[in-house]
Design a protein around this ligand. Sequence first.
Ligand code: 6PG
Length: 246
Amino acid sequence: MTRIPHQRREIVEARDPEDLANRAADWIVTQLGGAGHERLAVCLSGGSTPKRLYHRLAIDPWRAALPWDRLNWFWGDERFVPHDDPRSNFAMTKEALLAKVPCPAGAIHKIPVDGGSAAISARLYEFDLQRFYGSSSIDGSRPLFDVMLLGIGSDGHTASLFPGMPAIDEGRKWVVASQPGLDPFVPRITLTLPAIAASRAVVFLVAGADKRDVLSRILAGEDLPAARVAAAVPTLWFVDQAALGG
Ligand code: 6PG
């Protein structure tokens, strides 16, 4: 079996999903809170694990500590469904966080889903990212995202980069259309590995006994999409005891 080396990896052990959400929310405040003038870019993940974290960020003390006027919101992946569809990652994050906090107009960079196809949506989202970044090529010394939040699926996917699908090998584009290996079986739009890696901090949130097996495979360096991310950049993992097998 192919094993891939990982970069520096830090694991924060949490008791359970509630503790994991608290620790991740505290960490986000240390990364993004405080004084400053520069704009900040946060890339949100879909899935059920981060929802608790999003709820935390919408309430004090976390809410009061975040510089809402400087935060810009992006998504790592989206399902090609309307933004008010229950399967939409945007809909989940809006309900859990963005509808409850003071986001300035223009700070929400949702992945467009009205382009006629997932491939067209991917192009449109890439344009938006490049406009925000101010260039169509990534400069290794200037991150695109300040914080990149990711989850893992039981098959080792992250964002909508699924094992064995061509999207995982994309080395040039920032965003591509992809097909899921797991439910919901709707076309996806996903950041590619180079775009994910263009982040100041890459964070995985992993909870639940159903992630135990895949987590140990990823940590062992099995060639799965989430392990490719960990091979490309330093990563921080918030993991609960059930997922760790403790
Ligand atoms: C998606 C995701 C996906 C998710 C993992 C983990 O749109 O489905 O962004 O990559 O993060 O599947 O999801 P859970 O947190 O629900 O296990």
